[in-house]
Design a protein around this ligand. Structure first.
Ligand code: EPZ
Length: 421
């Protein structure tokens, strides 16, 4: 299995490009099931998660081809020949569960494996299921699979989520676009990924109002047509790169960076002593203090601070001046990077959903390992500033969500290489 070797070095400088957003692209791909006409996606990130979902969609009968070095994807849902999403596929990628809404919406029938457990938390799908039931689907759970049917089509309904669920909102939207009548989703996710999905569905002929607010109204239509749609830039990759100079010092330009996608991060980073400027190409980020200042952060649904940047922020705060408090409110087990950072010399106390990080003068390299994507990248970032070598194992987590990270970071001066075994 590959690993990444990082040698701590000096400040970073130069330009680093951001790819298309993984979590948007995955949901756009599922939307291809909704139409018998082609959907073309541009700015597709080249990630293993995209490959995993491609395999699942092909198994359902979606025709899928990559063009232009893999950054353009042509999908056609003309012939949906299979209605079953196998456990073997869904367990590898939880976002696969988002084929459920489009399959039932378009064909009135789906059998989708329940995703099972996950390293960062229980990650139940009960709210996805309640939403589909509200839309009139009959659901049965058999041998680990959800059997959903709506032979006469789905019917618009009011769906009120008790708390924000990104995947649940997106499954409900993609089920409701072809339902008869009006659906109102209350306490809907406001994430840019959800807005990106709605924009694509609107381009396909869906009638959706209120995307980006907590109430989304959908007027069902009889059919959706084809479209060409660009995937928005990945705000989590963007934020990850923006945090790198907070750890190493220096000045970088995140090409494709957009402040509106990472406003909550920008505000926190400015308090830490980072200078962020919007440029023609993206965002320029510079550390203007010797040591960043400690801050307190609570993770929240968008527009709050994203849980997907909590690990990277923690890495940056390990050498901050003072004590920071990070509160994780989205997932119950998302501090798995903390024990690994402690092995590198960090001072972190975790108590339930709260981590207290007391800044130390410097970190030391160590062999480390993480069990999820964002935790893994936080260890690479800590390694960029640590004395000596850090070997990050289980790199397949990184490849799920970061496109050629070692090449991108090398280009801005990081001493990083992949070791293939
Ligand atoms: C999406 O996961 C993202 N994944 C996650 O990205 C991200 O961390 C998360 O949203 C929060 O922003 C994709 O878009 C593919 P949720 P999702 O439903 O949709 C609970 C990454 O690193 N919940 O908003 O699964 C759930 O357990 C990742 O790229 C229920 O209890 O997140 C969690 O505690 C990982 N029942 C909370 O809600 C449900 O039916 C929010 O989850 C659904 C969710």
């Amino acid at each position: 299995m590959d690993s990444i070797l990082v040698k701590g070095g000096g400040p970073l400088s130069g330009q680093i490009p951001v790819a298309g957003a993984k979590n948007t692209c995955l949901k756009l791909m599922c939307a291809a099931i909704l139409s018998d006409e082609p959907l073309t996606l541009t700015n597709v990130p080249r990630l293993s998660d995209i490959g995993t979902l491609s395999d699942l969609l092909r198994s359902l009968g979606v025709e899928l081809n990559l063009l232009a070095d893999g950054t353009v994807m042509a999908l056609s849902g003309r012939d949906i020949t299979n209605h079953k999403a196998d456990y073997d596929m869904v367990r590898k990628l939880r976002a696969s569960f988002n084929v459920l809404g489009p399959l039932v919406g378009r064909t009135g029938h789906a059998i989708v494996s329940l995703p099972g457990g996950c390293a960062i938390g229980a990650r139940k799908v009960d709210l996805h299921l309640t939403a589909l039931e509200k839309l009139g689907a009959t659901l049965e759970l058999k041998e680990g699979y959800v059997h959903a049917s709506a032979p006469n089509g789905l019917k618009g309904a009011v769906i009120e989520f008790p708390f924000v669920t990104v995947g649940g909102t997106e499954n409900a939207i993609t089920a409701a676009v072809l339902a008869k009548g009006t659906t109102v989703i209350k306490n809907a996710a406001r994430e840019p990924d959800t807005v990106g999905l709605c924009d694509c569905l609107i381009a396909m002929g869906a009638k959706i109002d209120g995307a980006g607010t907590s109430t989304i109204t959908i007027e069902g239509v009889d059919r959706l047509h084809g479209a060409t749609h660009a995937v928005i830039p990945d705000r989590i990759e963007m934020g990850t790169f923006m945090l790198a100079p907070a750890i190493t010092g220096g000045e970088i330009e995140v090409v494709g960076g957009k402040r509106s996608l990472v406003e909550s991060l920008c505000q926190k980073m400015e308090t830490m002593g980072m200078d962020i400027t919007e440029t023609d190409a993206g965002l320029r980020v510079k550390r203007v203090v010797d040591r960043v200042r400690a801050i307190d952060v609570v993770t929240e649904p968008f527009p709050g601070f994203p849980t997907d940047l909590q690990a990277q922020l923690m890495a940056a705060l390990c050498t901050a001046d003072g004590t920071s408090v990070l509160e994780e409110t989205i997932f119950e087990n998302r501090f798995m990077h903390a024990p690994e950072l402690i092995r590198m010399g960090a001072q972190i106390d975790v108590d339930g959903g709260t981590a207290k990080v007391t800044g130390v003068q410097g970190l030391r390299g160590a062999p480390v390992m993480a069990t999820d994507l964002r935790a893994s990248v936080s260890l690479i970032m800590a390694g960029l500033a640590a004395e000596g070598e850090t070997q990050v194992n289980r790199v397949y987590h990184l490849d799920r969500g970061y496109e050629r990270i070692e090449d991108k970071l090398s280009a801005i001066g990081a001493n990083i290489q992949r070791i293939s075994e």
